[in-house]
Design a protein around this ligand. Sequence first.
Ligand code: PLP
Ligand code: COI
Length: 364
Amino acid sequence: MPMEISVTGNAAPVPDDRLAEILSAPGFGVHFTDHMLTVEWTPEKGWHDARITPYGPITLDPATAVLHYAQETFEGMKAYRHEDGSIWSFRPEENGARMARSSHRLALPVLEVEDFVAAVDALVRVDERWVPDGAGEKSLYLRPFMFASEKFLGVRPSQHVTFMVIASPAGAYFKGGLKPVSLWLTEEYTRAGRGGMGAAKTGGNYASSLVAQQEATSHGCDQVVFLDAQEMRYVEELGGMNMYFVYDDGHIVTPATGTILEGITRASIIELAGKLGHSVEERRFSIEEWRDDVSSGRIREIFACGTAAVVTPVGSLKHAGGEIPAPADTGEAGGELTGRIRSALVDLQFGRAEDTFGWMHRIV
Ligand code: PLP
Ligand code: COI
């Protein structure tokens, strides 16, 4: 039986004129809608008490397990407004399935995909007016998350778990708009090892990326690239995006190591690129290949992708020993195929192209 969700409306929603101001320049992750969704779990009752209430702070006992042992998982997805006013999400069941895998890794209970999608849909319906129009590719970023909410300092899986969804109108993730991002290769820090949590979307992975991101910033770079933990040789991903390398014969390589977060954008691009006539190889990809194949001109374009960042062109890669320049075909807004793949994806998401894959899910 699908989860029942009660709704308590916000008696003091953000006024229309203020909302219009926010939606005209939403930034990323700074403004939040009028409501939030909460569901609780205990071993006795399973998932229960699903409710939408006014957005606001939550009270946690200082001994709440997540604050000490970081037992939590999260997702990132978006709701898109189409020109006819309807509102859609993109492959939400994939986010639900990934959250189930992440939760399994973090010893958290699994929320059924059907309930995950129903929860997200319910919040979007209540906060419908917060979904910006699609001009400038604005959307409503959705953040489902689950955390250990038991008050207990012993190290064991929490016996009280809370799932929530919050939403935040979003513009471009990178402030500079669509231009190639510069990368820093960290040779000191890794993101994930064999048997670790790399494939899970859990806060600890992002906490551990921050010092490497600081290293990148201190070298004047936008984002950090992680290598595999065992050999420090194979490219994994950026702190919040997967990577693609476009070759001169048209084929594309994307790293697959077993320790990356397998993005839904990544999986979708593999199919979209195929439709555009480009085969995609998923395999280990070494830093030497990056260096040699940019140098020989075989790599023509590099891009990164993720829900927040969509498809973002990549420029040069700095490292302690020097720099690998941007590939030859990197223009001011990235390469030509990067642009075509980006358009194919966003046209689909914003309803400007036919959804031949059946990826879009109507909410309103
Ligand atoms: N890799 C990491 C570490 C991420 O945080 C994200 C963002 O969610 C991605 C890759 C891309 O995943 P997706 O395309 O599902 O957003
Ligand atoms: C996303 O793209 O949804 C992410 O989660 C990346 C980052 C904002 C954490």
